[in-house]
Design a protein around this ligand. Sequence first.
Ligand code: ATP
Ligand code: MG
Ligand code: MG
Ligand code: MG
Length: 470
Amino acid sequence: MASVNDIRAQFLKYFADQGHEPVASSPLVPRNDPTLMFTNAGMVQFKDYFTGKSASPWPRAATAQKCVRAGGKHNDLDNVGYTARHHTFFEMLGNFSFGDYFKERAIELAWNLITREFALPKDKLLVTVYADDDEAFGLWRKIAGLPESKIIRIATSDNFWQMGDTGPCGPCSEIFYDHGDHIPGGPPGSPDEDGDRFIEIWNLVFMQFEQRAPGDRVPLPRPSIDTGMGLERVAAVLQGVHDNYDIDLFRTLIAAVEETVGRSHNAQTAASPRVIADHLRASSFLIADGVLPSNEGRGYVLRRIMRRAMRHAHLLGAQEPSIYKLVPTLVREMGQAYPELRRAEALISETMKLEEGRFIRTLSRGLSLLEDATGTLGDGAILDGETAFKLYDTYGFPLDLTQDALKSRGIGVDLAGFSDAMERQRAEARASWAGSGESATETVWLTLRDRLPATEFLGYDTETAEGVVQ
Ligand code: ATP
Ligand code: MG
Ligand code: MG
Ligand code: MG
């Protein structure tokens, strides 16, 4: 059986043999791009080549790119533990043409890889094209010989990619694998397309136009190709499993979670080992790329991911810091492909241990408070904003942790009440500041700022340029 490591290598070799430069993954913190919180697609490191801002050193490239989708426009944090196909950290395999080959060759390369090299059965595959992209429709007919019923035209932005309000853009084509009618979910474009029966494995973007201004779109003189295939998703298909969390890599990580943190014995905690395994990867890779848990920006996203994992560890019965003990297993599994993980191993373990130690005391007290506040509430109820704010402010519960903790019971959080409570606390802080006669205002301001981490929530929506979308 091909392992995740084998499949990554096979992908890169296939494209190298077809004249693509194998390029290393770029870091999760994008270089020279303050608009983007984390690298979330393979094309991020090549953005300047696609816009023409700088010239690509090679006409074609291929990568296995580390991606995190836990903030900004692409946020899969809430999907983890609930779908078979989403992670916060995952690897995106991609081939790129910088003004070299275009649609026909891109479709041919993709089709040959999955049906010849990977030997996927053709009758399990179906594709989507953008509604008016007759060219792509015809190419799928010609190259893959797919029947018209398996080339689905989609008119939404899911199948039209744009880098931003201006810049390169173009239609997409997504390749789906049908895991079988025993799994709920409909084909792309149907009302229940979000189910996990038809899973998108590969997204081809045909960068064909340049959006110069609203309503002003011109053809690019040298169109380009950007593709993204989820390594874990294609591994699931190749390993004959439906769920990403059943691939070799995740089985190993989940076994380590069960050994070290605890085992799930009921429906309420069934997803916990997967969530911990997922969040372990995201946290470790983020720390290896220089992010540290903090109350602002990227560091706060990391902290939210780590604390969510810790809540799940608590659900599994952990009373002591334990997630940091999983780091060696992860490094053993992924350290060869990503040597930065090995280099940062000590830092990752120490950072996690410290964060777990810091949170574990308030976590269990906060969870008791949450239990007291919601014990009698039923499905559809709302937790008051005051309590959610107290959990946040006194017990260090990120808002989304509280929401996640209540989600399985169908309980929501009064967000307006939460904001009001926060605003009131700020106003009080301001008032006592003004009345304190403090002259070193700067010190006070800095202290105040440190106490109000949630102001950073505003930052998550500032992203513009994104990689392969939908
Ligand atoms: P979906 O519709 O399933 O959420 P997407 O259309 O958002 O996927 P793209 O932005 O097209 O995904 O990313 C390219 C590829 O990366 C996808 O075809 C998929 O194989 C993979 N991928 C995307 N998001 C995730 C994720 N959260 N976890 C694992 N793989 C992912
Ligand atoms: Mg897609
Ligand atoms: Mg999609
Ligand atoms: Mg998505």
